[in-house]
Write a protein that binds this ligand. Structure first.
Ligand SMILES: [Zn+2]
Length: 287
């Protein structure tokens, strides 16, 4: 068996044997971001994505959008790349101050990871491509552009982005971080989408062409340089975390309709922005 075939086998095996630990948007959140992005790709970007995806994905980026969560145990170095810890209660983000891991190693945060995998993917079709695993670079980028839009992925340091804040989601015990990864999306699907993620995706796609149509251009562009611009996305997230996610919540808060109905528009907006910006990034990378 050739080395390349062995690599593919190991890669496919990893997809199935790894426990699924949710981090960042849950599976449906990531799926939504990737499903919004893929139809927005230019021909060149769509061809590159098709070329880089393993055959098992059947040209569906969404099917592997949570791959980065599933490989965390096999790639322990990748765990800190899913989020950014910012100083408690400041409600601001600064790359130079905040983009580091728990050991203080610079650039090891979701914004740094987006920059790194973007520059790896820019080698696609060039000699330098052989130095990287561009399939993994694509799957990491697609996942991390989603994560950086989850407000509590750019949260406070001491509560680990709401992971240590116990709350009740209606009657169920959970933590605030999980409410934003999964519960708000799940409750919305149950109430408005017949528990079907495809209906949620359809509804967001309709909003992108209607309610948000005049904003999409600003989402897609970066004030300095080409997309992606992770520092902009991270700054928006910590603002939303302070204004919406943390707001009015304390240890053992019971979160119900008041919280759900006012926060759902933020979740919908961030999922849509994540999808639009992932497409803009891939279109910019692959030309
Ligand atoms: Zn993640």
């Amino acid at each position: 068996m050739k080395l390349f075939e062995i690599q593919i086998l190991v890669f496919v095996a990893l997809l199935f044997v790894c426990p699924s630990f949710v981090h960042g948007w849950g599976v449906d959140g990531h799926l939504t971001v990737c499903r919004i992005a893929q139809p927005r790709l230019s021909e060149a970007a769509a061809n590159a994505v098709k070329d880089l995806l393993p055959a098992s994905a059947d040209d569906d980026l969404g099917s592997l959008c949570s791959w980065a969560d599933r490989v965390k145990f096999h790639y322990p170095w990748s765990s800190p790349l899913h989020y950014i810890d910012t100083p408690d209660n400041l409600c601001t983000y600064l790359y130079s101050r905040d983009c580091k891991d728990e050991n203080g190693i610079k650039d090891r945060c979701v914004a740094g990871a987006i920059n790194n995998y973007t520059s790896q993917l820019l080698s696609y079709g060039k000699d330098a491509a052989s130095q990287h695993n561009l399939t993994e670079a694509l799957l990491f980028l697609a996942h991390f552009v989603g994560d950086i839009h989850q407000p509590l992925h750019v949260g406070f340091t001491s509560d680990k982005g709401g992971n240590t804040i116990d709350v009740h989601w209606y009657t169920r015990k959970t933590v605030l971080h999980h409410v934003w990864d999964d519960n708000i999306i799940e409750t919305a699907e149950q109430r408005y989408d017949n528990s079907d993620v495809d209906e949620l995706i359809d509804a967001l796609q309709k909003n992108i062409t209607a309610e948000w149509a005049d904003k999409v251009k600003t989402w897609e562009t970066c004030s300095s340089g080409k997309p992606p611009c992770p520092n902009v996305y991270a700054s928006e997230s910590i603002k939303a975390a302070c204004n919406w996610a943390y707001k009015g919540v304390s240890e053992n808060s019971v979160l119900e309709d008041d919280y759900f109905l006012t926060r759902l528009p933020i979740v919908n907006l961030r999922l849509a922005q994540g999808g639009v910006r992932l497409a803009a990034a891939l279109n910019s990378i692959f030309g």
